[in-house]
Design a protein. Structure first.
Length: 235
């Protein structure tokens, strides 16, 4: 990694406090083991071959995992007595989990919680594969052999800019919103999948003009007249 970052065996050796000959030998041994060149050597230094690029990616991943492991293990010495990995949908994270996790941590300060935001389908897969201990998501598309428990209900509402033609109508049927451009989340998000199913049920399609990755960005797009959108009421 040092050689790749600095573009020079000599500079890498100096930074890592290793003899340049030792660095060169290690690289040669790597190339011999892999039976492929990792570097293009020239008078100005070195450049990566395609194989070198691939190895650099994996090396960074390995070192990141080692640093994460050291960080997590050091926390046990500081009093941590448990570690729970939680994956959740953006809807759950924005609406419910801050208060619930905050209350839990106040009662169980020795428990460390890692929370990551993912699409509901990805949350289910993460729990199935052991990448997460538990998930909070929409399981309308099934959760396989996983155990499920009800958590909260979403009340979905249509968001429109002030002065929009739909403002004066109060509650409307979803199909009435399909006449307008939509601002939506990822095409695999639970809300968008539910919208697509509802549109298909009345023989319509969604005119999704803008994809965004967050609910705050979605609100800003709608506020500036770029479409209407469906999101949880508590947002």
């Amino acid at each position: 990694m040092a050689v790749c970052e600095l573009g020079s065996i000599g500079k890498a050796a100096e930074r890592e406090f290793i003899a340049a000959s030792a660095v060169s030998k290690r690289l040669s041994d790597l190339e011999a083991t892999l039976d492929t060149p990792l570097l293009y050597r020239h008078t100005r230094g070195v450049d990566l071959t395609p194989a070198g690029e691939s190895l650099l990616h994996h090396a960074r991943s390995v070192l990141f995992s080692l640093e994460k492991m050291q960080g997590e293990l050091s926390e046990y010495a500081d009093g941590v007595r448990g570690h729970v990995r939680v994956h959740a949908s953006i809807s759950a994270i924005v609406q419910f989990l801050p208060e619930d996790l905050g209350a839990f941590i106040r009662q169980h300060a020795e428990i460390k919680i890692d929370l990551e935001e993912h699409l509901s389908t990805e949350v289910v897969r993460a729990v199935q594969e052991g990448a997460a201990d538990l998930g909070v998501c929409n399981t309308a598309n099934g959760a396989g052999e996983l155990q499920t428990r009800p958590y909260r209900n979403d009340q979905l509402v249509l968001i429109v800019p002030r002065g929009h033609a739909l403002c004066a109508q109060g509650a409307i049927k979803f199909e009435a919103a399909l006449d307008y451009d939509q601002v939506g989340l990822h095409s695999n998000s639970s809300i968008y999948l539910a919208m697509r199913q509802a549109a298909a049920a009345v023989g319509r399609t969604i005119k999704l003009r803008i994809h965004v990755t967050g609910l705050d960005a979605m609100c800003r797009m709608i506020h500036n007249g770029l479409g209407v959108g469906v999101m949880p009421q508590r947002v």
